[in-house]
Design a protein around this ligand. Structure first.
Ligand code: FAD
Length: 409
């Protein structure tokens, strides 16, 4: 059985960065390092940012950490030991430049995720570590301080240290099918409840779905009975609701039955009511459905009036106080019933994962099994859109690689 010092399982962003960190730490005997990948390297990375790869965010690390649910302190060490600037420097050293877009999102200047993957592969080739592609790790066990790795239809190998970077369960066609959870469970690690994240919402309301293609811009959304609010754009689709604000909101989904949309987040309920009262005299002759064009898109107005059961063909001046209050209330808190989140097939991430309290945040090593390290989406924390999830994969990957290599320095 071939014996390695370190085996990295999973050749996504986290696994590849772990290999680069090992290379930077050791500089010798790299043929005793193996990276084992079920399919091909970095398939999911190519899909990121709509093929443009929103690789990181320019915010301060403190701000970035706030974009994660669950234990924010856990990621502190990895984010400080391998920062957004350290990450960009890895690519800049090989000639790739980045541009900063809205909300601090960094993208490669050529808008091509492929150029990010190409550079990671270049590093791996230079390191001359052993890379096994199309190699599906079926199980890992530990005996006498050595890990035994069983690979489907191939010879088993052994390693002194393991870095598990098999990703979550989202976009399973890219190879991430949740295998790492089973491997970690076999080592008695706890997997917190997992669910699809950064994912559209299913809505049963057919009238709403008929408005597919319409976007509601700069609105504030929250789940009923939940304090988390997200501001941004929503897109109505043939199955429900999508768009950046909904994707971010989905990370807070907890079997909630409805969402509340504040369609006019720039005005308080009192201000909005006052404006409409003022307009009653100056714009009184306008039909309610035309008046609402100040606030809503044309096609959405009919839906809105139908849902709140108000006759839009009435003149504004004929609106009763009760109906005016109803309009104000619903512009500020339109309730739409939710039928769940869409599946892992189209979820950008998996929320939840290996419980962080069982991992040393300074090294990414398991507190239960010495020599077993974790990195990437497999871990419990989940981030909002904006480059935070790739940063987590790269930062935890780098820290895991550096820590796993330390005993062989
Ligand atoms: C469509 C889409 C767009 C996204 N856009 C962005 C974005 O712009 N910015 C951002 O920050 N994040 C984005 N993300 C999230 C980001 O891609 C992930 O957070 C990141 O890829 C996680 O990296 P990872 O290495 O942990 O896991 P993965 O990239 O999933 O890699 C895991 C690897 O492990 C391999 N593997 C699994 N099981 C085994 C096994 N048993 N044996 C061997 N190998 C195995 C898999 O084949 C895979 O290659 C996006 C995700 C999707 C799906």
């Amino acid at each position: 059985m071939k014996k390695y010092k370190i085996a990295i399982v999973g050749g996504g962003s986290a696994g590849m960065m772990a290999a680069i960190a090992i290379g930077k730490t050791l500089n010798h005997d790299l043929e005793e390092i193996v990276l084992i990948e079920k399919t091909i390297l970095g398939e999911k990375l190519l899909l990121t940012g709509g093929g443009k790869s929103n690789i990181a965010n320019s915010e301060d690390i403190k701000e970035q950490l706030l974009k994660f649910n669950e234990d924010k302190n856990f990621l502190k060490h990895s984010f400080y030991s391998f920062t957004n600037n350290d990450l960009l420097a890895i690519f800049k050293n090989k000639g790739l430049k980045f541009k900063e877009e809205k909300n601090g999102k960094y993208f490669p200047i050529n808008g091509d995720a492929n150029s990010v993957l190409k550079i990671l592969k270049e590093y791996l080739n230079e390191l001359e570590i052993d890379i096994k592609l199309n190699s599906y790790v079926k199980s890992i066990t530990k005996e006498n301080n050595e890990f035994n790795i069983k690979i489907k239809d191939k010879k088993s190998i052994s390693a002194s240290n393991i870095i598990l970077a098999t990703g979550g369960k989202s976009y399973p066609k890219t190879g991430s099918t949740g295998d790492g959870y089973k491997i970690a469970e076999n080592f008695r690690h706890t997997i917190t409840s997992i669910k699809p994240g950064l994912v559209p919402l299913k809505i049963n309301d057919i009238e709403l779905r008929k408005l597919s293609g319409i976007s509601l811009e700069d609105v504030e959304v929250s789940f009923k009975d939940d304090k988390n609010k997200v501001r941004g754009n929503i897109l109505i689709s043939h199955f429900g609701l999508s768009g950046p604000a909904i994707l971010d909101l989905s990370n807070f989904y907890n079997n909630n039955t409805a969402i509340l949309i504040d369609l006019i987040p720039n005005m308080s309920e009192i201000e909005l009511n006052k404006k409409i009262v003022d307009d009653l005299s100056s714009k009184g002759k306008i039909l309610v459905k035309n008046y609402l064009k100040i606030y809503l898109k044309n096609r959405f107005i009919d839906y809105f009036l139908k849902v709140i059961a108000i006759d839009g063909d009435k003149k504004l001046s004929n609106l009763s106080k009760k109906d005016r209050i109803k309009i104000v209330n619903n512009l500020k808190q339109l309730k739409i019933n939710v039928d769940g989140v869409m599946s892992y097939e189209i979820a950008m991430i998996t929320c939840g994962g290996i419980k962080t309290s069982e991992i040393n945040p300074k090294t990414m090593e398991s507190k239960l099994v010495p020599g077993l390290f974790f990195a990437g989406e497999l871990l419990e924390p989940s981030g909002l859109t904006g480059g935070y999830n790739l940063q987590m994969a790269f930062s935890t990957g780098f820290l895991a690689g550096k820590s796993a290599a330390k005993p062989f320095k």
